[in-house]
Design a protein around this ligand. Sequence first.
Ligand SMILES: [Zn+2]
Length: 141
Amino acid sequence: MAAVPAPESVVDEASLAREHFAFLRPPQGPPPAELSEGERLARELESSLLRDAAVVDLSRAKYGKVGMRWRTVAEAMGGKGKTVCGGVECSETRDLRQLELPFGWQESLPGKPPTPRVALVTSALCPGCALSLCRARRVME
Ligand SMILES: [Zn+2]
């Protein structure tokens, strides 16, 4: 029986897009014709997200860590972050407050040094999620 060769490292398109994904891409950059396959896939993914509101992950708020990402089209159609609380695991629709949130993160793109970035994002949060966010900020300070 012949030995089966070891499979080569296979990177699927979703992994490649995630590797090159940027929360906010700097306005300057190479023209589309000069993009690598990963950059092209990441930009396709980025263009499918709506940047008018963020979805906020508060699952690690008690450790002072808050995650944010842009809304998908399906989330936007359901009102997430606008008429439904922007908390990832929350579906509250009452007493929402539109908040502008400074979000800092470390952008790590392949071939480039990690770069600290800060952006102002908006999301509508219910009182419970807003309180979790405030507590996370206190832990961070
Ligand atoms: Zn909420």
